[in-house]
Design a binder for this molecule. Structure first.
Ligand code: PA5
Length: 456
């Protein structure tokens, strides 16, 4: 059978929806002494093969696997019909409150913001993450109980910020509607067996969906944790998973020239431990990716900010993730980026096709002030600013890379999610730490409860 040529429609379609990943300026060849040298990579080749093998073995076994978070595009499709069926009636409410924090909120919020269709026929969405009595009080005053749905999301089923907000909203629903009816305004996403939320679902017969036990909070956006909220908001969750699958296939090799997640992990690892780069700045030139930066910040910090227990003096691992925004931060942090310490790695992000662009009307009277704006559109200006920042950061010798998104759609977001989750797991393996646990976070949760119990 004839093989499809490189120009076949299938190839053109997949190439045009592919995330472009340019890591060249993280290397010494392009950026100078602060970049990673080929010899540093070569010295690590056996270790790279070994971490790749660990990841492959740890991903086998579906939802039971250690790295079950990296194969959700294979394991979740069986549950999609149930998720979509659950989303359908919820969309009929006027207001929907998603109660959850950290990994139980950030992924859905990020993808929703990136893909927000601004469809006025959809319900109003409220992500109740932090404790904010003023906001919740105002919302409850404005909502009508009959037209309000509540979706509480917590893997453990007992995170205090989520618990108290659900208790308050439940009491409000019950007061307005009676406890029988209030049950039909609530949905729960939690562990399939244990925790308070699971007990509540059983006790009151509240509709619920499970979080796969092996998938941790910050890696759970491609489970019901992210997929139910996103299905409600009209995101094509099948395309999201297809994007994740496409990136996983792109990262199948143990050759880092063909596996961008492995390459990014090793470059960021070497820049930290050999080049003293302690800060990793994600700077999208696109407002819709602001919350993606927050999602990345949690994923990277909570997974990698640990001590390397395997080494004698247990040195700390991880680069501090910082989210910036172009072009706004050119008028804010850029000064520091350029002239302060050389302890930073930059990831710039740009979107090729926004689906819209606005011409800049320059009258003949204004032309003498802005001759360079004649015939230009808004995105020409954003692109010029993006290029200027990349240029000046590179000329200053800071290692940096660029991710170009062909457009903001579910497939591209799925690729990005898999790319970062995979890179994070590889980086954890290179540091010799467990990227899936969060002992310091758990300690904070316990101490808060101790304080509430009067220090006992
Ligand atoms: O990544 C993690 O495990 C954490 O950030 C959790 O997502 C966060 O603490 C919320 O936990 P839970 O889903 O159990 O309410």
């Amino acid at each position: 059978m004839a093989q499809p040529s490189n120009n076949s429609p299938a190839n053109i379609a997949s190439a045009s929806s592919r995330l472009s990943i340019d890591t060249a300026r993280l290397y010494r060849d392009a950026i100078g002494v602060e970049g990673v040298g080929q010899s540093e990579i070569e010295a690590l080749l056996p270790q790279l093969r070994s971490v790749h093998q660990t990841l492959i073995e740890g991903s086998a076994g579906g939802l039971e696997a250690e790295y079950a978070c990296l194969t959700l595009h294979d394991t979740m499709p069986d549950s999609l019909a149930q998720i979509e069926a659950m989303a359908e009636p919820i969309r009929g409410f006027e207001n929907i409150a998603f109660i959850g924090i950290g990994g139980s909120s950030l992924g859905a919020k990020a993808v929703h913001q990136a893909l927000d269709s601004q469809d006025s026929s959809l319900p109003r969405l409220h992500f109740l993450e932090n404790i904010d009595p003023r906001r919740l009080d105002r919302l409850l005053r404005n909502w009508t109980a009959e037209k309000t749905a509540v979706i509480a999301i917590s893997k453990s089923g007992g995170t205090i910020e989520t618990v108290i907000q659900l208790l308050i909203v439940r009491a409000w629903l019950e007061k307005q509607l009676g406890s029988d009816e209030a049950r039909y305004h609530q949905w729960l996403i939690t562990d399939p067996v244990q925790g308070w939320l699971r007990e509540l679902a059983r006790r009151e017969g509240i509709s619920s969906l499970p979080v796969p036990p092996r998938v941790g909070g910050r890696f759970s956006v491609l489970t019901a944790v992210g997929l139910l909220p996103l299905a409600i908001t009209g995101v094509d969750i099948r395309r999201l998973l297809a994007g994740s699958a496409a990136n996983a296939a792109r990262c199948a090799s143990d050759d880092l020239r063909e596996n961008p997640a492995l390459e990014m992990a090793v470059l960021f690892y070497l820049l930290d431990i050999k080049h003293n780069k302690r800060v990793s700045i994600m700077m999208p030139y696109a407002d819709p990716l602001q919350l993606f930066g927050d999602w990345y910040r949690q994923l990277w910090a909570e997974s990698l900010g640990k001590r390397m227990e395997t080494l004698p003096d247990k040195p700390p691992a991880g680069t501090l993730p910082v989210r910036a925004m172009g072009a706004v931060d050119q008028h804010s942090q850029l000064q520091m980026y350029l002239e302060s310490r050389h302890d930073k790695i930059f990831t710039f992000m740009a979107v090729d096709d926004w689906g819209t662009n606005l011409p800049i009307p320059v009258s003949s009277a204004d032309k003498k002030h802005f001759p360079y704006l004649e015939g230009k559109r808004m995105l020409d200006v954003l692109e010029a600013e993006f290029r200027a920042t990349v240029q000046v950061i590179s000329e200053t010798g800071h290692p940096n890379m660029t991710l170009r998104l062909p457009r903001l759609d579910a497939h591209v977001l799925g690729q990005l999610i898999d790319l970062y989750q995979r890179t994070t797991v590889y980086a954890g393996l290179l540091y010799g730490i467990n990227p899936l646990d969060q002992p310091a976070v758990e300690k904070g949760k316990k101490l808060a409860i101790q304080n509430l119990s009067g220090g006992r």
